[in-house]
Design a protein around this ligand. Structure first.
Ligand code: SAM
Length: 254
């Protein structure tokens, strides 16, 4: 998969791309990340990428010409792709969106700065706007890193151990069950006995029920999107959780 990132601060990406799973994905050729400095497409002598807002007001706005020129040039260098502007006005990013974006062969991520980009850039050249959440960052770079990171780990072969993204928090619309590693007793706290039983079917059941409990406790609204199998329903009934799940679905419209 190809990521093209358009930014005035390409240096910000150096270390996130050099570490861990993302580094390995690049080395293995599963992803390519090309950084493009929007400033290189500014034509005036000071290579300005911003200007004062028409109508007055605070701050500066990203000029359309360098950004649109950068996008035009980058688009020519590869196949078709989806152009995404990081923007607090966009739809809030979540795991479902990451899964959808993982289906594209190429993503072009446009990082705003200053007070944002000229509205005409949005109109002419942007397919989709994505927000990281209801707060304001100084620029779109961290959002672009979030997209590269979360999409890359969903690509086939990237995680290295089969399909471990399948059981992630949110992958089924529920939070993940609690996890434990050695030591068996830590500061007087023991791990649940079932995890030592070696009975994989029982461990799976335990994990499923813990996942439901965690979701009920912290994010009950997520359950509205989950569809349980007949076996899981039976398990919920047996463990006495079905009433709570049904109540959560009533409240949150499942
Ligand atoms: C300081 S912000 C501009 C905020 C703008 N003045 C407003 O109130 O909507 C500069 C850039 O950071 C990025 N940005 C800021 N907050 C963001 C968020 N929550 N999600 C995604 N990108 C964000 C966008 O690219 C934005 O153009």
């Amino acid at each position: 998969m190809l990521f093209d990132i358009l930014t005035i601060f390409p240096g910000m990406f150096a270390s996130p791309l050099r570490e861990g799973i993302i580094r390995r994905a690049i080395e293995q050729g599963r992803i390519t990340v090309n950084l493009h400095n929007i400033r290189d497409f500014a034509t005036d002598k000071h290579r300005m990428t911003d200007d004062r807002p028409f109508g007055g007001g605070e701050g500066m706005v990203m000029k359309p010409e360098p950004l649109v020129a950068a996008l035009g040039s980058v688009r020519k260098q590869g196949g078709p792709g989806r152009v995404i502007l990081l923007s607090p006005r966009g739809r809030t990013y979540n795991q479902r969106t990451a899964g959808r974006l993982a289906g594209y062969e190429r993503l072009l991520l446009v990082c705003g700065r200053y007070e944002g980009v000229d509205e005409r850039v949005r109109r002419c050249c942007i397919d989709e706007e994505i927000s990281l959440g209801d707060y304001i960052l100084t620029g779109g770079e961290i959002g672009a890193m979030v997209i590269v990171d979360s999409v890359t780990r969903l690509l086939p072969g990237v995680l290295g151990c089969g399909d471990s993204a399948r059981n992630d928090t949110f992958s089924r619309g529920m939070l993940k069950h609690p996890q434990y590693t050695r030591p068996r007793v830590f500061e007087g706290m023991e791990i649940p006995e079932v995890l030592l039983s070696g009975d994989h079917a029982e461990i799976e059941k335990y994990r499923f029920l813990e996942s439901v409990r965690e979701t009920l406790k912290r994010r009950p609204e997520l359950l509205a999107q989950v569809s349980f199998t007949a076996g899981e329903r039976k398990l919920l009934e047996k463990s006495g959780l079905m009433t709570e799940v049904a109540e959560a679905l009533n409240v949150h419209g499942g």
